[in-house]
Structure formats: structure tokens, C-alpha cells
Design a protein around this ligand. Structure first.
Ligand code: ZN
Length: 413
């Protein structure tokens, strides 16, 4: 991929070898071959990061959109930080907070990335965007394309959930199911289609598209404001391709460059045991480009949102974890389902199965008694209610009589 020249407020950085160059030209690093990332060179008064944002576009000068008139927004970001003391007590940590990304307009953190990506597509004069998705990116793309008056073509792979496909279709997008369990195979198809018909490739995969992932950085900026500069020792997030956690890390690097923080929290990426290329790469200390040669065979998990067979953002998520002395954790499907139920029943927060991995991972997290933990709750559980794992047990149907109710309530009172 070759980039057009963009605002001089960004350069290109390679986290593989450290090369820094003006942005533009080939995405692949000329020295080591890893995909490069955009990096903001903007400066801002510290007060910008101490004010509560109305939306993530509060940080617009750190996002790669040249003309503000091209911004396509549904008021994404500015999500709440929720204290969950009962879960914290069970974990043995001093404090556990959840960054509630379920509050975003289409119900997941992907709205941040798609808002940036579709604004960039508009800046390029594109009228059609295409993505590969298990669900959340598709729903976000469909929503923002509708907002922008663009056409959205959604390639849903074998990990896509029925509820998320229905959500995406409701916004009027063209939904195409591709008969393959492998996201990387479907990416090849989407990229070929974009080249043939001139569509903008909006998939949230930094190795192909470095713009939209910039939206994930705003989570780090918001956390700085919400923690009033006293960041937690650990941040835990689900990892599929890795763009979320890599983006949060790069947001903290921005804050470090601006002198607002002098250390970065330890970052923990969580995957499902049935598809865990990050955990494998960390355990075996595999370089990013080498991981691409070994896609995870036959991804299989209830956490379809992170069933990515390769690390599409491994060039940022691997250094994010390695440089912050973080961790990679894999959890079973049983633990994921139990995590979703526990969060819903103990704290009243119903997250999607993919988000359940962070709750499931807490028992394995090497957290000290004086440490604080923040988990990113990436997507809304309402999207997954058609999934067999979340279907409710049989509910009773009774006539409207107190006797019939008394019969049902026997043993429940
Ligand atoms: Zn390099």
C-alpha cells in the first residue's frame, strides 16, 4: 500500500527497527519490512488532556484528518469509567475499573476507528467503503457509511455472529457472507475487490490501513483524564488483530512525548485458547513478520470478535506488551461465558462474549495487592443474545392468576 501525502502533523515510525521518516510512500518499512505506523507530531496544552471530552474528536489535532469538514461523527468516545469493587475484591486488587466502550453509538470501541477511517475516505473523495469483519467493524462501518451518505460493502467471515450481521444489515449496508473460517483469507478477497472497483479498504488492520487505528489512541487520552493523570498499573484488553491494545500503547507514547506521563501501564492482551496467536508469539518470542507465516489453524471460539488467525496489528501490539513488561493470556470458552454472566449478574453490565475474555483473564493476571487494574469492555452483549452461549433458560408462561404464580414461585421465595 502506498499512502498519499498527509498532514505534516504526522510522521511514519517503524516499531520494528525504530526508523522515523516523513509520512507518505510505501507502508512497509524500507529497512526491516514491518508495516509502519502514523505518529502524531502535534503539540497541545496540557489542559486539553485534563478536560472531560464531549467526544473523541476533542483530540482532533492528534487524528489524521486534515479538513474538519470531512469528519464523520456520531459522538463516539467519551465513554465512562466504571468502578466494580465486588469484582476487584475477588481479584485481590486494590481497584478494578472498566472502560465502558459499550456506550459507543453502534455498541463497540470500533466506532472510534471507523469514525477516523471513514472521515479519511471522505477526504480522499471515496463513495464506497469495504471491510472484513466478524461483526463490530461491520456494524460500525454500516452506521458511519449511512451517516456519511456512502455505500458500505461488508465481508463477514465464518466467525461472524448472527446478531451482529443483522445489526449491520439494519443500517442498509450490503452484507456478504464468505464461506471461510479464516479472516486472513477473506482479507485477500476484500483487498482484491477494493483494487478492482476502487473502494476504500476500511478494515481495522493496521498492516493494511494505518489511518483508522489512530482512533484507538483516544482511549489512552481519555484514561489519562479519567484517572487524573494517576494511571493504573495494568490495562487489560481483548486481542484479535491487536489494534486496540497497540493503539492504546501509542496513545500513551503520545502522552509521554508531551511530558504528561513518565511511565506507561503494563499492557495485557487476552485471547481465546481456541485462537491465540498473540499468546503463542509472546511465549515463543516470535518476531512479527515471522508470525504472519503461521496463521492460527482453524480458529474456534465463542469470542468471534477476536478469532483472528493472524495478528493484523502485531507490529504494534507485540512491542506494546514487550516494552511495558505486560502479559499475554489465553482463556477457555467456558471461562469466557462465565465471565460474561458474572459481570452481568454481579455488576449489571452485559458485555459481548469477546469482551468476556478480560473478566476471565483476571484470575491469571499477575497483579499485586497494591495495584490497580483497568479492563477495556469492548462491545455490548445485546449484539450476542442470539448466540447459543447466551440464550436464556426456558422461561415459564403462566395464566394471569395468583395461584399459578404461587405455583411457579414455590422454592424461589
Ligand atoms: Zn523497520
Amino acid at each position: 500500500m502506498t499512502l498519499p501525502t498527509i498532514s505534516t502533523a504526522f510522521d511514519f515510525v517503524c516499531y520494528g527497527c525504530g526508523l522515523e521518516e516523513p509520512a507518505g510512500g510505501a507502508l512497509a518499512c524500507p529497512r526491516c519490512g514491518e508495516p509502519r505506523s502514523l505518529r502524531s507530531l502535534a503539540t497541545a496544552a496540557a489542559s486539553l488532556f485534563r478536560q472531560a471530552p464531549a467526544s473523541m474528536w476533542h483530540y482532533r489535532q492528534f487524528l489524521p484528518i486534515v479538513d474538519a469538514r470531512n469528519v464523520v461523527s456520531l459522538s463516539e468516545g467519551a465513554t465512562r469509567l466504571v468502578d466494580v469493587p465486588r469484582l476487584a475484591a475477588g481479584l485481590g486488587a486494590r481497584q478494578l475499573m472498566l472502560k465502558n466502550e459499550m456506550q459507543n453509538p453502534s455498541g463497540s470501541f470500533k466506532d472510534r476507528q471507523v469514525s477516523v477511517g471513514i472521515s479519511h475516505a471522505r477526504e480522499l473523495g471515496k463513495d464506497t467503503v469495504a471491510v472484513v469483519s466478524s461483526g463490530n467493524v461491520a456494524a460500525a462501518t454500516a452506521a458511519y457509511a449511512a451517516r456519511a451518505g456512502m455505500r458500505a460493502i461488508l465481508f463477514m467471515h465464518g466467525q461472524a455472529g448472527a446478531g451482529k450481521m443483522a445489526q449491520a444489515a439494519a443500517y442498509g449496508a450490503t452484507v456478504i457472507r464468505v464461506d471461510s473460517p479464516s479472516p486472513s483469507v477473506v482479507f485477500d478477497l476484500c483487498i482484491e475487490a477494493c483494487a478492482r472497483w476502487g473502494w476504500y479498504h476500511l478494515s481495522t488492520a493496521g498492516m493494511y490501513e494505518p489511518y483508522n487505528v489512530e482512533g484507538a489512541k483516544t482511549i489512552a487520552y481519555e484514561l489519562f483524564q479519567q484517572y487524573q493523570g494517576e494511571l493504573p498499573e495494568w490495562i487489560v484488553a481483548p486481542v484479535g488483530g491487536g489494534g486496540l491494545l497497540g493503539g492504546i500503547w501509542r496513545g500513551f507514547l503520545d502522552l509521554q512525548r508531551l511530558g504528561l506521563v513518565n511511565w506507561i501501564p503494563r499492557l495485557c492482551g487476552v485471547q481465546a485458547a481456541g485462537c491465540a496467536p498473540l499468546k503463542q508469539a509472546m511465549d515463543e518470542d516470535t518476531p512479527f513478520l515471522e508470525t504472519l507465516r503461521h496463521p492460527w489453524p482453524n480458529p474456534k471460539t465463542v469470542a468471534g470478535g477476536i478469532a483472528d488467525d493472524i495478528l493484523f496489528d502485531g507490529h504494534t501490539v507485540l512491542p506494546a506488551i514487550r516494552q511495558t513488561e505486560g502479559a499475554a493470556i489465553a482463556v477457555s470458552d467456558e471461562a469466557i461465558i462465565a465471565g460474561v454472566h458474572r459481570l452481568a449478574r454481579e455488576e449489571g453490565l452485559l458485555c459481548e462474549l469477546t469482551s468476556g475474555v478480560v473478566i476471565a483473564a483476571l484470575e491469571q493476571l499477575p497483579v499485586g495487592p497494591e495495584e490497580r487494574v483497568c479492563c477495556i469492555l469492548t462491545g455490548n452483549g445485546i449484539k450476542d443474545l442470539q448466540h447459543p452461549a447466551l440464550k436464556p433458560a426456558e422461561t415459564p408462561l403462566i395464566p394471569a392468576s395468583i395461584e399459578a404464580l404461587a405455583e411457579i414461585m414455590k422454592g424461589l421465595l
